[in-house]
Design a protein around this ligand. Structure first.
Ligand code: AMP
Length: 279
């Protein structure tokens, strides 16, 4: 496995591959089994797999969050190497942004709801970095986790909008045995916070059972109330939305594809998760 820090060096290497299929897995590092599942899928589907590790400053609306974000490049490269990935691309901020990126991406309504409200500018920054990575690597396929469901939907829209010949592959959420969705931010949780965080996935799974017999609004209230009753958790939002438009729904019958998306603060750590109800 080779690690590249510059765009030129990576592109020179990739240009010698001659029409082989390339899978790209964009990450911000602090890799865990969730990331590895994306890499394994890419290794299965493509001749070559490129994993990017880059903590992208333009998608952080909170400076503190950017500073606290775990960075473990040595451990990450070892892990990626053990899987059989071909290339790691780990550029510096100066390499990716020699000039400020002034491009604006608007993918309404999907980028205006949920994370779009609470993390202003996040999806614009995400589109800036992902579109740059797409230009640099020119992958055949790119892999994104359903854990960041809104991101996946917006990346698909961007690929359609920019008419890129890239297949965006969504991969299922990988969870701990007890249900907690794997996240790089879990490393920031204290033991007690980790226990409280478990209520998030537990409540989502219970709501999935309830959904068979209760209305959408009752299911929505159940999740909100259960999280709000725990004094150690702070619910930012829970919404039950159409899985394509990401707009809130009133009744289960209103769409054939329905997902519930949640964001909860566990202490200072912001955790997201989601559950598919239909489709
Ligand atoms: P991140 O490093 O957090 O930007 O994540 C990089 C990619 O890994 C994104 O496409 C995420 O959706 C995906 N990912 C993160 N956590 C998980 C998980 N628990 N299961 C599946 N994919 C994940």
């Amino acid at each position: 496995m080779q690690v590249f820090e510059t765009i030129n060096a990576l592109q020179k290497e990739l240009s010698q591959l001659n029409s082989k299929s390339i899978g790209l897995v964009p990450t911000m590092g602090a890799l865990h089994r969730g990331h590895l599942s994306l890499m394994n899928q890419s290794l299965e589907d493509n001749d070559i797999t490129v994993v990017s590790v880059f903590v992208n400053p333009t998608q952080f609306n909170d400076k503190n969050d950017l500073e606290k974000y775990p960075r473990t490049l040595d451990k990450d490269t070892q892990l990626v190497n053990s899987l059989g990935v071909d290339y790691v691309f780990a550029p510096t901020v100066e390499e990716m942004y020699p000039e400020p990126d002034t491009r604006v991406f608007n993918y309404s309504p999907q980028d205006e709801v949920m994370e779009g409200i609470y993390r202003p500018g996040h999806f614009n920054g995400m589109c800036q970095i992902v579109s740059k990575l797409f230009s640099i690597v020119q992958p055949t396929r790119a892999y994104f986790g359903e854990k960041d469901y809104q991101q996946l939907v917006i990346v698909k829209r961007m690929v359609e909008d920019l008419k890129l010949d890239i297949e965006v592959v969504g991969c299922p959420i990988v969870r701990e045995k007890d249900g907690l969705a794997l996240s790089s931010r879990n490393a920031l949780l204290s033991k007690e916070e980790r226990e409280n965080a478990l209520l998030i996935s537990k409540t989502l799974f219970e709501s999935l059972k309830l959904a068979a017999n209760y209305s959408l609004k009752e299911t929505l209230s159940f999740v909100k109330n259960t999280i709000q009753q725990n004094d150690n958790l702070e619910l930012q939002y829970f919404e039950i939305v159409d899985a394509n438009t990401l707009l809130p729904l009133e009744e289960w019958e209103d769409s054939s594809s329905i997902i519930g998306c949640i964001t909860v603060f566990c202490g200072a750590v912001r955790l997201i998760d989601n559950i598919k109800y239909k489709g």
